[in-house]
Design a protein around this ligand. Structure first.
Ligand SMILES: Nc1ncnc2c1ncn2[C@@H]1O[C@H](COP(=O)(O)OP(=O)(O)OP(=O)(O)O)[C@@H](O)[C@H]1O
Ligand SMILES: [Mg+2]
Length: 322
């Protein structure tokens, strides 16, 4: 990343509040996203991807609490002086199940125009033409007719496009996309990813893309952050992370990825599973599954180290940075 970041996340932590003590769910996340950048946050189920995004959007449930600091275009989202409602006006979020995220009893037109009238303070007639424009921009045919349709009348892919149109209504500088394609078939998945790429180029909008699909991250992302048990374990330019992984978890994930044209052999699988919050080991969270773990890994949590373009948290990296 060469330009100044638009999203700056420093030591973001999220805890589950309970009468018996607070349970950490996400710990000390630090990363940046540049203008117009496609940043992929990858990790297995339960690693804390969604909770981190919801913390940035100020949408955490009341029994979850965010600490640390995050700012979008210099305005605090989390931490001192945070006014998430004002700051997040530059950010929008789309979710995995678009059909469930839309209001089932309101037409597409109503939902879009309501957002445009509230956020952009547009008059009814202007909001209608803006809504048509947004539906066309996200590649939906017959946008005028679609205004009267309800979510249940549309396919999952069409509803995801409507969600993206709703997100664009706030003219975001950052779009947070939490597994927006994982409930779609492969063809539709590629179309939605192409659309996000096009919007990013046309509008200069940055994308924080959450996925557990490494192939998608490899193909689309400029930079990638790998999350494991609530912590970032590796962060860097996609090319560097994929060609020269440093953390043994990342290396294990990559080794278990099927490759086109590779000889047909059994792929190595990472033994074990991600520990749940509350069952995190002391020291490195990956140590119980790591072939290279030593006593120091089990005792001391590795600090994040490396270079700005490629950082990692591991006592015994796969290789030394050149
Ligand atoms: N509202 C909540 N209340 C209590 N615990 C929660 C809540 N939301 C998430 N968690 C817990 O926080 C951890 C991280 O959850 P999160 O949903 O962020 O994972 P994820 O990486 O998005 O996984 P997935 O790939 O399955 O979506 C999980 O152990 C989950 O059970
Ligand atoms: Mg999730």
């Amino acid at each position: 990343m060469t330009q100044a970041p638009i999203l700056d996340v420093r030591d973001l932590s999220v805890a589950l509040l309970s009468s018996t003590g607070n349970l950490p769910i996400v710990e000390d996340l630090s990363f940046e996203i540049g203008p117009g950048e496609f940043f992929a946050l990858v990790g297995e189920s339960g690693s804390g991807k969604s909770v981190s995004c919801l913390a940035l959007m100020g949408l955490l449930a009341s029994h979850l609490q965010a600490r640390g600091h995050a700012a979008l275009c210099g305005r605090a989202l989390v931490g001192d002086g945070a006014d998430p409602r004002r700051a997040r006006s530059g950010a929008a979020m789309i979710f995995q199940h678009a059909t469930q995220s839309l209001n089932p009893v309101r037409s597409i037109g109503f939902q879009l125009m309501e957002t445009l009238r509230t956020v952009r303070r547009e008059a009814r007639s202007t909001a209608k033409s803006s809504a048509i424009g947004l539906l066309a921009e996200v590649g939906l045919a017959n946008p005028e007719r679609l205004l009267a349709a309800y979510p249940h009348q549309l396919s999952g892919g069409m509803n995801q496009r409507v969600m993206i149109a709703l997100a664009l209504a706030v003219e975001p500088t950052l779009l947070i996309a939490d597994e927006p394609t994982s409930s779609l078939d492969v063809t539709m998945q590629a179309q939605i990813l192409d659309l996000l790429d096009k919007l990013r180029r046309d509008r200069g909008m940055a994308v924080l893309f959450v996925t557990h699909d490494l192939a998608v991250a490899a193909e689309r992302a400029d930079r990638i952050g790998v999350l494991y048990a609530g912590r970032l374990v590796e962060l860097g330019d996609t090319q560097d992370v994929f060609s020269k992984p440093l953390h043994r978890y990342t290396a294990g994930l990559l080794a278990s990825m099927p490759r086109f044209g590779a000889p047909e052999t059994r792929l190595p699988a990472l033994a074990g599973s991600v520990p749940l919050p509350g069952a995190w080991p002391s020291g490195c969270g990956f140590a119980p599954r790591c072939v290279a773990a030593t006593d120091s890994c089990r005792a001391v949590h590795p600090a994040f180290r490396g270079e700005p373009s490629h950082r990692y948290a591991c006592h015994h990296p796969v290789r030394q940075l050149a």
